[in-house]
Design a protein around this ligand. Structure first.
Ligand code: LLP
Length: 417
């Protein structure tokens, strides 16, 4: 069920009219549907009901505390890539035993923080990182659980900027080197070898690349077992895509079936790091039309949200559906929907047929729950927008709109001025 639907002419999030949120909170704002978040988590989790598994939600997709708490309440853990994400997740009440830590650039203080917290495992992305984690673990009298993030050299068939599992990518360790590193890891004093990890890219719309990668890792696992290195956790990463426009990604149940089938003989505990799949279609960005202008061959709709609020179209040419919050436009128009930022790349829609918005109309950008607010900035000194969570007929502001005073928080005037 789609929880962003019209009732009469008005677009609703669950049982709340978006115009009522706009009236109270102002624009722009992100709105998340609690029922959708819950359904997505439950569907993903349910796809693996028959095997031991942990869903470690990838915090980077949407790191807002109330979103994290929604998944934690459902039994979720988290995939983090920084000390900041660890802090957020702990504040939201995550069980440290359900935290996996990925990323190619872990700093000493972040490694130490994660060790002190007692996370499940570090997904190690380089030889030097393995050595460093061992050193820090020894110094702090701890043992670090690790998995090696293997780069399986499989093409996920997605946008080049979000492809991570090809061997020219900065991510992970190639299969041959990983075998050597496992042998070395087993001898390192601060290290407890507990798993194997992969993450090959984002917004995948086919299951084969996942299965092909798993097959490659299975060969490694068999060889490692032969050497007496037995791994407990198989972290399959994230990456399952969603529908933005006309994509037809597999539903979690179908993805689950194939993954379970590919891994069933291993007897391992599966870990997943879904981000987009859980939050993408659970959130929208609502903005207001400020002005319109027409040129001979071009129409522009200027709105109060820009690339600093939703960067995906500018960065990846991504598609986000557009809907009128009140359906009373006089038809459709081919236009660019652009923000106030002083850059030509500042568009949310380019040359597409959209409702003929007029000054003051509210515009909803769909499928904006993942990598939306999380990638926003205050470029052009635009305060970051408010976030709202809707549950049934109520809504709450889960992050206040930033103020202009917030913009200079932490700045200090140089004393020599
Ligand atoms: N695990 C690791 C190690 C990752 O790097 C990522 C995403 C995920 C899990 C979650 O992937 P997902 O399930 O969300 O596909 N900003 C881009 C997406 C960047 C993805 C980065 N890594 C976008 O807006 O499309």
């Amino acid at each position: 069920m789609n929880h962003f639907q019209y009732k009469g002419n008005e677009l609703f999030a669950e049982d709340v009219a978006l115009k009522d949120i706009a009236a109270q909170v102002g624009t722009p704002f992100y709105a998340y549907s609690h029922a959708t978040l819950t359904r997505h988590f439950t569907a993903f989790d349910g796809a693996f009901a028959d095997v031991p598994h942990t869903i470690c939600y990838s915090v980077k997709a949407n790191s807002t505390q109330s979103v994290l708490k929604t998944f934690i309440n459902l039994g979720g853990g988290v995939d983090i890539v920084s000390g900041g994400e660890l802090y957020r997740a702990l504040k939201a009440g995550v069980d440290p035993g359900k935290v996996v830590y990925s990323g190619v650039g872990k700093k000493d203080d972040e490694i130490e923080y994660a060790l002190t917290t007692g996370i499940l495992m570090f997904n190690v992305e380089s030889e030097q990182e393995l050595t460093r984690i061992s050193e820090i673990a020894r110094r702090t009298g701890k043992k670090a659980g690790i998995a090696i993030r293997v780069n399986p050299d499989v093409d996920p068939g997605t946008h080049p900027y979000i492809t991570t599992g090809l061997k020219n990518a900065k991510f992970g360790i190639t299969i041959d080197r990983a075998m050597e590193e496992y042998t070395r890891a087993a001898t390192l004093p601060g290290i407890d070898v507990v798993g194997i990890d992969m993450h090959i890219g984002s917004q995948l719309t086919k299951v084969n690349p996942f299965v092909d990668s798993i097959e490659k890792l299975k060969i490694m696992i068999a060889r490692l077992r032969g050497q007496g290195i037995d791994l407990k956790y198989f972290d399959c990463g994230g990456g399952l895509g969603i529908q933005y426009n006309e994509e037809e990604p597999p539903v979690p149940a179908d993805y689950g079936k194939e993954i379970v089938n590919a891994t069933k003989d291993l007897g391992m505990h599966l870990v997943f790091e879904p981000g987009r799949n859980l939050v993408g279609n659970a959130g929208i960005l609502v903005s207001k039309c400020l002005f319109t202008k027409a040129r001979d061959d071009k129409n522009f709709i200027m709105i109060d949200a820009g690339m600093n609020d939703l960067a995906r179209p500018a960065l990846y040419d991504s598609f986000h559906g557009v809907q009128a919050v009140k359906k009373d436009q006089d038809g459709m128009i081919v236009a660019d929907i652009v923000g106030p930022i002083c850059e030509s790349g500042d568009f949310l829609v380019k040359g597409r047929e959209v409702p003929m918005f007029r000054q003051g109309d509210l515009v909803a950008f769909m499928s904006a729950g993942a990598y939306g607010f999380a990638m926003s900035s205050s470029y052009n000194s635009r305060p970051r927008v408010a976030e709202v969570m809707v549950k049934g007929d109520r809504f709450e502001v889960v992050r206040e709109r930033e103020t202009i005073e917030d913009l200079i928080k932490g700045e200090k005037m140089a004393t020599f001025l």
